[in-house]
Structures are given as C-alpha cells and as structure tokens.
Design a binder for this molecule. Structure first.
Ligand SMILES: [Zn+2]
Length: 107
C-alpha cells in the first residue's frame, strides 16, 4: 500500500535539518515510497552528464537531490508559518489542516 505523505508536489516547505537548514522552497517532486521529496534550490548535487543531443558538451550539471520528508515542514498558505499538518475527512477525501491556525491547507 502506498503511503501518503503530508507533503505534496507544489507545496512550499521550510527546511529544518541538514545542510540547507533554514531555506524555503517549493516541492518539485514527492516520492511517497521513499518518504523523500525534491525541493527547489535545496540539497543541490552535482551530476556528471554525457554529451547528448540536448546538451552537446556534457559535463557537470547541478540538480536538486532528494531530502527526507522529516527534514522539512510545510509552510501554511494561510498563516505563512512552518507547521505540523493535521488531517480531517470531508466527504471521503482527506483535507490537510494547519495545526497552528486551524485553517485548511487544501482548498
Ligand atoms: Zn496556518
């Protein structure tokens, strides 16, 4: 069974641990099975690439590496604070709720 993360693609998150601690960024991809996410500008890694039709030179590219979801906190769109996420059911769907201001995160 796939686990569902409280962090999803497109969310704004605050990094609370690791070398990019303190940074904010948007989630580019979520990997529920690994419980990891890639966040814009966070955990950058250098990757060697071979020459291709797209990139004729090849060489070193800098891309976002993954970061464990426990190292980030969701930034609530309502109160703009990094927060823990609660959940409530509404007509069969789960709605994420900010534990700080109590407002819905998913509209
Ligand atoms: Zn909030």
């Amino acid at each position: 069974m796939a686990k569902s993360l409280t962090i999803r693609k497109g969310d704004k998150v605050h990094v609370i641990a690791g070398k990019d601690k303190g940074k904010d960024g948007r989630v580019l991809r979520a990997y529920p099975f690994k419980e990891r996410v890639t966040v814009e500008g966070v955990s950058m890694i250098k990757k060697a690439t071979r020459p291709s039709t797209k990139n004729q030179q090849g060489g070193i590219m800098t891309i976002e590496g993954t970061i464990h979801v426990s190292n980030v906190m969701l930034i609530c769109p309502s109160c703009a604070q990094p927060t823990r996420v609660g959940k409530r059911r509404e007509g069969g769907t789960r709605v994420r709720v900010c534990k700080k201001c109590g407002k819905d995160i998913d509209k």
